[in-house]
Write a protein that binds this ligand. Structure first.
Ligand code: NAD
Length: 499
């Protein structure tokens, strides 16, 4: 939809949600509620239930029953595809409602939120095809008396834990693939951005998803997220969030050796060679760090630029940054919205102070953006950054770009790979040989050449090193949620072992 086709306002009252288990809304009862204030407006916009560990136990039991009786996994892929396509249509029919809630809870610009909701529907449409395409393998070369089959089966009950930065889009990069594989789900969204995950449950139910296949339990990560990761009857956890919490999820999951998929943090390089189209590269670098106010796991937060053009490029970046439109996320013209929470805002401002203290040269920004009601940070650039500085190595998760320079190709690759993370990287050059050499040598799960933060359901996503394990999306993303079974079928009479 066109962002200008509606007038976007903060609702007069906060919208209240129950949680969603076994195909229906569950009431809060005597459970406490969490109130979410819009980070841009300081006004309460949603109220969600603080569920308990007992609610997780119940949802896992429901998902287990739905899995074991094969109400979903036993259907032909074509029928699963049909539900996913109806869900995509259901998402498209509710874009306005979903996008407004997404923008209000997260602080992201409304135009961007619309793009993410529509992008989510597009992923459901792709995954519908994947439900039909999933297949195994056969070994017909084992002699006349034997046939070997390799089949894929859904892994079972999946616990899905998601973050606040792209609540609906990240959900959509996982849910339709998990469903395409035939699994059932207990979903635990971020406590600050639960609304669109809850609405997805209703949309899936309306699309004909059998009860109990997709359940949403809301509440705190340390309580119910932890309980889900520990749960002995969950077969797999898909976790997207910070590296620190990912580590604790991995440890919590060890009780029953459940499979764990982790999509974690990043400190992603933007490598700019002197032969690049500098104006386009600068535009990409500014977009890469300002998109979602820098709260983007694949955001390009480290500019690694060739020394011969560093001064010119720095000036280009600073000039473009000054033109980024910051402000009310509900204004269709806004490009950069609010910082999600007061805590995240304080973290970003602390890193900015650390950069100044540690001797980096402040090029632009370096402070909060004034607002009466919300929390915003000016896009900030630090130059002369060295590897010992905290801003050079730690994930800030805000609009803060560091600049370091290189003189040789090898040096560029060494700086690009000098991180515990390996989520994404961008390379800017007009030389195909150089681009190819660079994308081969960079240790990251996603690499962009002369572009940044592109996506689409066809290509898989995931990280190297401490950015995670496993892959989401693409056909890889469906296979990730399956177990592989090998079956030997003997034909004809058996050669006796006992004589
Ligand atoms: P977070 O790790 O604080 O929280 C993520 C989710 O985990 C939330 O739902 C939270 O409630 C839950 N959680 C918190 N403690 C838990 C525990 N002990 N056990 C189980 N679950 C728990 O992350 P965030 O602040 O919501 O998101 C920002 C982080 O996510 C950044 O580090 C970012 O890089 C990362 N991220 C990664 C990707 C990716 O695809 N690699 C995508 C988006 C965000």
């Amino acid at each position: 939809m066109d962002v200008n086709s509606a007038v976007w306002t903060v609702p007069a009252r906060a919208r209240e949600f129950g949680f969603f288990v076994d195909g229906q809304w569950a009431e809060a009862g005597d459970r406490p509620m969490s109130e979410r204030k819009s980070p841009a407006h300081g006004v309460a916009v949603t109220r969600t239930v603080r569920c308990t560990k007992a609610d997780i136990d119940h949802a896992v039991r429901v998902a287990r029953t739905a899995f074991e009786d094969r109400r979903w996994s036993g259907l032909p892929g074509g029928e699963r595809a049909s539900v996913l396509l109806k869900a995509a249509a259901g998402i498209r029919a509710r874009v306005e409602e979903l996008a407004l809630l997404e923008s209000l809870e997260s602080g992201k610009p409304i135009g961007q939120a619309i793009g993410e909701i529509e992008g989510g529907a597009n992923i459901f449409e792709y995954a519908a095809g994947a439900a039909r395409a999933l297949h195994g393998d056969a070994f017909n070369n084992l002699g006349d008396n034997m046939l070997g089959l390799v089949t894929r089966e859904p892994i079972g009950v999946v616990g899905l834990i998601t973050p606040w930065n792209f609540p609906f889009f990240i959900l959509s990069e996982r849910v339709p693939f998990i469903l395409a594989a035939g699994c059932t789900i207990v979903s635990k969204p971020s406590e600050v951005t639960s609304a669109t995950t809850l609405l997805l449950a209703e949309i899936l139910s309306d699309a004909g998803l059998p009860a109990g296949v997709f359940n949403v339990v809301t509440g705190s990560g340390s309580e119910i997220g932890q309980a889900l990761a520990e749960h002995a009857d969950v077969d797999m956890i898909s976790f997207t969030g910070s590296t620190a919490v990912g580590r604790s999820v991995l440890l919590a999951s060890a009780g029953n050796f459940k499979k764990v998929g982790l999509e974690l943090g990043g400190k992603n390089p933007q490598v700019v060679f002197a032969d690049a189209n500098l104006d386009e590269a600068a535009d990409g670098v500014v977009f890469g760090i300002c998109f979602n106010a820098g709260q983007c796991c694949v955001g390009g937060s480290r500019l690694v630029v060739e020394k011969s053009i560093a001064a010119e490029f720095e000036a280009l970046v600073a000039a473009k940054m000054a033109r980024v439109r910051i402000g009310d996320p509900l204004d269709p013209n806004t490009q950069m919205g609010a910082i999600v929470t007061a805590a995240q805002n304080a973290t970003i401002l602390d890193y900015i102070e650390a950069g100044k203290r540690e001797g980096a040269r402040l090029v632009c920004g370096g402070e909060a953006y004034p607002s009466d009601a919300g929390q915003f940070v000016r896009p900030t650039v630090f130059a002369d950054v060295t590897r010992e500085m905290s801003i050079a190595s730690e994930e800030i998760f805000g609009p803060v770009l560091t600049i370091s320079t290189f003189e040789t190709f090898d040096e560029a690759m060494a700086i690009a790979n000098d991180t515990i993370y390996g989520l994404a990287a961008s390379i800017w050059t007009s030389n195909l040989d150089k681009a190819t050499d660079a994308f081969r040598r960079i240790r990251a799960g996603r690499v962009w050449v002369n572009t940044t933060i592109n996506n689409g359901p066809e290509l898989p996503l995931g990280g190297f090193k401490q950015s995670g394990t496993g892959r989401e999306a693409g056909i890889y993303g469906v296979e990730e949620y399956t177990e592989v079974k090998a079956t030997h079928i003997a034909l004809g009479r058996r050669e006796p072992w006992v004589s």
